[in-house]
Design a protein around this ligand. Structure first.
Ligand code: ZN
Length: 490
């Protein structure tokens, strides 16, 4: 395979030709969700960005081990927080065991990802299942002299690390800036320097998620889990580490430092970061109160939403922007995405109506090359979509008979749309299309009309028969004064 994929490496700050360490194998690690709340639009962006990468690398013939973690250890807002962790707080408010909270929101995340047609990763490790390995990494950093204990907590010695390494090289910060900008927070007196970060944190009495250790009953620092799980499943050196730009500092910066000390080498070859989704130009976030959950998008139940949006419309909305650009949410943008996706699907469906002739007046190879060039240029999905729209013009002129196409070219055209629209961009239509959906609704209405007729004729056996068969199939039927209402429960 001739490889021309170029990706922007956050570490070198330039586009680099992608050369796997051990081809055709590729190791990909992406920071996954913290599972203590609803899955929102912000979660969709990294998931869809790295799904595109996963799908494209697979299409190019690579064998990928894709690891995306679940953060289910209750972490504090920052090292200085003394209070409750987020998962435990939610558990207390809802009177549940913390692991019930974890399971509930993990299920919701999986359900939402499935609807967005995001493929499952190869491994999805939970932080809480890797406490022993995290303690071992703390131990190893300790032995090498880059950790110190203070009041039962263990911190990473950033100043010592920075003497021989460049702390801040990923995020472009330096230790002097950090010193002048780090706030003095309560609880910081345990640390030698305010920018030191926790490897192990002693738990307060109210902190429920805790494990015994030689230092204290406590829990691992948040950054540690990704160093540990990437090393465990992808080895000491692997190809790509991804995540949202909001994780660049401190999360990924700290990961680099602690992995370097623990393993004695740099582990990541390419760092990739997706940009954020904004709402009217402002950062979207749960703590900012303007986050819209994916379920709200799907049902339309949020004051900022004019109507419900299908999951694949959200997927199209995200992929029509380059992953390193910001995406601004608006109803107009989502409705444009809805139309754009429909246009691709209509063209895709009408490919079967085109008849091949003896010669071609259109250049299909050129279109194919352009599609590959777009993705090879740092996964430029908006440019790819623009080329596919140019292809729609070709398809329409073939349908109207203005242009002709031979058999080979027609097969190639079909294969381009199958490859890019379905396999790589993942715009696979759900089993029920809009038209099928309308017909299906009419059929259920028809059955229930027949049931009403049967009732009117006092044929109660027939009426009950229809009702029971529909109930068996999972329909919920409510009788009303002048008719009925029904829905299919999942
Ligand atoms: Zn991480």
């Amino acid at each position: 395979m001739e490889n021309k994929l170029v990706i922007y490496n956050t570490l070198s700050r330039k586009k680099e030709l992608f050369i796997p360490i051990n081809p055709p194998n590729v190791g990909l690690y992406v920071c996954g969700p913290t599972v203590y709340g609803e899955t929102h639009l912000g979660h969709a962006r990294p998931a869809i960005t790295f799904d595109l990468l996963f799908r494209y690398l697979s299409h190019l013939g690579y064998k990928i081990r894709y690891v995306r973690n679940i953060t289910d250890v209750g972490h504090l807002e920052n090292d200085a927080d003394a209070g409750e962790d987020k998962i435990a707080k939610k558990a207390r408010l809802e009177e549940l065991e913390p692991m019930e909270i974890v399971q509930y929101y993990t299920n919701m995340y999986h359900d939402n990802m499935k609807k967005l047609n995001v493929l499952s990763p190869s491994i999805e490790p939970h932080a809480s299942a890797h406490i022993m390995e995290q303690q071992q990494m703390v131990e190893s950093i300790f032995r090498k002299g880059y950790a110190y204990e203070s009041n039962g907590s263990v911190y990473f010695d950033v100043e010592k690390y920075n003497k021989t390494n460049n702390y801040g090289k990923l995020s472009g910060r330096n230790i002097e800036d950090l010193l002048s900008t780090t706030r003095e927070l309560e609880g910081q007196e345990e640390k030698k320097n305010p920018f030191d970060f926790a490897l192990w944190k002693k738990a307060n009495p109210e902190h429920i998620m805790r494990w015994p250790s030689k230092w204290s009953d406590g829990f691992p620092g948040w950054h540690l889990e990704c160093s540990v799980m990437s090393t465990k499943y992808l080895g000491e050196e692997f190809d790509i580490h991804g995540g949202g730009m909001d994780l660049l500092f401190p999360h990924h910066e700290c990961e680099i430092a602690q992995t370097k000390i623990a393993n004695g080498k740099e582990s990541v070859k390419y760092w990739m970061h997706n940009n954020m989704i904004t709402i009217n130009g402002k950062k979207m976030g749960k703590s900012l109160g303007n986050a819209i959950s994916l379920n709200q998008f799907f049902t339309g139940e949020h004051k900022l939403l004019e109507k419900p949006y299908a999951p694949l419309t959200i997927r199209f909305f995200i992929l029509q922007a380059h992953y390193r650009s910001t995406v601004d949410f608006s109803n107009e943008a989502l409705q444009a995405a809805e139309k754009g996706l429909q246009r691709l699907w209509t063209a895709f469906d009408s490919l079967s109506k085109i008849k091949a002739g003896n010669q071609s007046s259109v250049s299909i190879s050129k279109l194919e090359n352009k599609c590959y060039e777009a993705l090879n240029d740092d996964l430029n999905s908006p440019v790819l979509i623009a080329h596919l729209f140019d292809g729609v013009k070709i398809i329409n002129s073939l349908l109207s008979g203005k242009e002709q196409i031979n058999k080979d070219d027609l097969n190639k055209l079909k294969s381009i749309y199958k490859t890019f629209v379905i396999d790589v961009l993942g715009f696979e239509k759900s089993e029920i299309s809009q038209t099928d959906n309308k017909v299906y609704h009419k059929v259920v209405d028809l059955l229930l009309d027949l049931r009403m007729e049967a009732k009117a004729k006092k044929d109660f056996q027939m009426a009950d028969n229809i009702r029971n068969k529909l109930l068996e199939l999972g329909f919920e039927i409510k009788d009303k004064k002048d008719g009925y209402e029904w829905e299919l429960s999942d």
